[in-house]
Design a protein around this ligand. Structure first.
Ligand code: SAH
Length: 621
């Protein structure tokens, strides 16, 4: 789980806050977000403070807010959904005197608060006990290291606070900066007071590694993440078989799963359930190499096999993948072990590994962002966008994402090139990238979802996508569709049985469209017409109206909803007999009530709804 180095965002709401914010932004190289009151203009202008805070947070950006902590807490509470992404959030008083890390303590908010306090000459109000005292959290070691026994961290911290001595053992290469505040704290404290010492042991551990000599007191065992488990298996190998093999290999080497840097295998296993399940359960990154990349490791491998070469194009998978992942300075610790359907091998690098040499499994998130308003976007969609590196979609929809889209690669396609758009998104995911394919409304309703499925379902030689794309993780996330937003704006017009019909005849023959309108008319369904007109097609809507008028009254309520959730939103309710193409355009969804639908005035608004029959029940009818 790598922390992405997102640029810090500084937000200020008032003029005096704006001045301090500008100074901090300059010194920290951060991006400013100012309200007009704080002196904002152009790009730095913040519209809705709550939305901006939420979007920056979901985008994983460290946030420094010159605002009341209550505002920040209330804004972020609804989006506290992904611990993995939680960036540091620090609140600063406008005079800079108090600096309060609110969230993301283990992701650097304490450090960020200390940095800000150093600039303002203020006081960083660290609230985590250990960090307050020592400047670090013993159970959150720096990248590249893992604490093998986190359950002992609390007791160690308590003993230290109580005056126990601190002893450092082994080689904390790469963790020195993390440890520095602790050592300073200890000097100030004065050690001893008759407690058994707390020992921080830095070493590779394992059967052959550097292990602490047991003794009195608490030993916290920090392990460098420098081992990679290479895996191979037959298609649909039972996950239990692979797990047992993997566990036995780690046990033989004396390594706990938490100390593994990653598991590695060949790219054709990117969708292999046994490997993915193991990596997920161990919360361990998984990386993939091509057969060619693996073959380069054969001179270093212990058990090259001609049979494997004939099957997958490399003389070995498990050993070669482990070796490729630890790099040229690494070595094989345990040669290939195997069961009937699986193989595993362990390699180690000389020090902590901080990068993937292979590719991660790509992911395509097929997302609907709702009709327009950010508040109509689900937290799941926001999270998937925040996690994406690349956004694919129609420019207008990507613009609607605001700060959430900043800093990400954007691939825009004009309207009409839907297939190219989906193909690009799938292939990018196949190449190991995290991609979000963005539609308005719901991605599965007259949008990209079905086309993505079609390209995956079609054979390669009939225009389907590559095998690599098929192996990517594909996530479909629902969104609020235009029909729901229109019905809600009016009241509850889809309160009883309804259907949706697109009047676009580009992909559907007219006879089919007309047959469906006729069936919906006979069925007395409430109907949502998507794509009601285009510049060259106005007549279908007229035909639809006339067909419907044969089955439902002339004053049946019709909701015309345009630009829902956007600044130019317009919603009106008209009579079915008055429905003309001139009243609608491509950005309008048309909802026609059933014969039971009604209309009334309430609080100065026109309302329309379709009763479910409760009223009759209440009447005793
Ligand atoms: N996936 C979208 C639909 C895309 S089809 C969804 O689920 O909403 C395009 C049609 O959707 C438009 O012609 C219009 O009828 C409707 N539509 C999409 N967004 C809209 C909006 N914000 N306001 C009104 N109608 C909208």
């Amino acid at each position: 789980m790598t922390v992405r180095a997102e640029r810090t965002a500084i937000l200020a709401l008032t003029r005096s806050g704006g001045e301090l914010a500008s100074r901090l932004a300059e010194q920290l190289g951060a991006e400013l977000f100012l309200t007009p009151r704080a002196g904002g203009a152009g790009d730095t202008l913040v519209g809705d403070v709550v939305t901006t805070l939420q979007e920056l947070f979901l985008a994983g950006r460290p946030i420094i807010a010159l605002a009341a902590s209550g505002i920040v807490i209330r804004a972020l509470a609804p989006v506290l959904l992904s611990k993995r992404l939680e960036p540091p959030v620090v609140v600063v008083t406008e005079d800079g005197a108090e600096v309060i890390p609110l969230l993301g303590g283990h992701r650097g908010s304490n450090a960020l608060a200390l940095e800000v306090a150093a600039i303002t000459g203020g006081h960083a109000a660290l609230s985590t006990a250990g960090e307050r005292h020592f400047g670090i959290a013993l159970d959150a070691p720096p990248p590249g290291w893992v604490l093998e026994n986190p359950e002992d961290a609390k007791a160690a911290m308590a003993a230290l606070l109580d005056g126990a001595a601190l002893e450092m053992e082994g080689n904390p290469a790469g963790a020195e900066a993390w440890l520095a505040p602790l050592e300073n704290g200890r000097e100030a404290d004065g050690a001893g007071k008759g407690h058994a010492a707390v020992r921080l042991h830095f070493g590779p551990g394992g059967a052959t590694g550097d292990n602490p000599v047991s003794g009195d007191g608490i030993i916290l065992k920090y392990r460098p993440k420098r081992h990679v488990l290479g895996l191979g298996c037959a298609r649909d190998c039972p996950p239990e078989e692979l797990r047992q093999l993997a566990e036995s290999v780690l046990a033989e080497a004396g390594i706990v799963p938490a100390a593994l840097h990653s598991v590695a295998t060949i790219d054709i296993k990117a969708d292999e359930p046994a490997i993915l399940t193991l990596a997920r359960d161990w919360q361990c990154p998984v990386q993939f190499f091509t057969a060619d990349e693996l073959e380069r490791e054969t001179p270093r491998s212990a058990s090259p096999s001609g049979i494997v070469k004939a099957e997958v194009g490399t003389h070995g998978v498990a050993e070669n993948a482990a070796l490729a992942a630890v790099g040229a300075a690494g070595r094989l610790v345990l040669a290939k072990r195997k069961t009937a359907r699986a193989t595993a091998a362990l390699a180690e690098a000389p020090g902590p590994i901080d990068a993937l040499r292979g590719r991660p499994r790509g992911r395509l998130a097929v997302i609907g962002i709702g009709p327009g308003a950010p508040t109509w976007r689900t937290p799941e969609a926001s999270r998937l966008i925040a996690e994406a590196e690349e956004l694919v979609g129609y420019g207008l929809y990507l613009d609607l994402l605001g700060p959430l889209a900043r800093g990400k690669k954007r691939v825009e396609f004009p309207l009409g090139s839907e297939e190219a758009r989906c193909r690009h998104a799938l292939e990018a995911a196949g190449a190991g990238r995290r991609v979000a394919l963005v539609s308005s409304g719901d991605a599965g309703i007259y949008a990209m979802g079905a086309l993505v499925c079609e390209l995956l379902d079609r054979p390669v030689d009939e225009g389907g996508v590559s095998d690599a794309a098929r192996r990517a993780e594909i996530v479909f996330a629902p969104g609020i569709t235009a029909m729901q937003a229109a019905s809600a704006r009016a009241g509850a017009l889809i309160g009883h049985d309804f259907c949706a019909i697109s009047l676009s005849d580009l992909l559907t023959p007219r006879e089919t469209i007309l047959a469906r309108i006729e069936a919906a008319a006979r069925g007395d369904f409430v109907i949502a017409f998507y794509n009601p007109v285009s510049r060259r097609r106005q007549d279908l809507l007229v035909q639809a109206r006339d067909m419907l008028l044969k089955h439902r009254p002339a004053d049946t309520p019709v909701v015309l909803a345009r630009d829902l959730g956007r600044t130019d939103e317009r919603v009106e309710i008209v009579r079915l007999a008055d429905l003309t193409p001139g009243r609608v355009d491509m950005l309008t969804v048309v909802l026609v009530g059933s014969s039971a639908s009604r209309r009334f005035r309430q609080g100065g608004n026109d309302r329309a709804y379709t009763p479910r029959g409760y009223a009759r029940k209440l009447d005793g009818g």
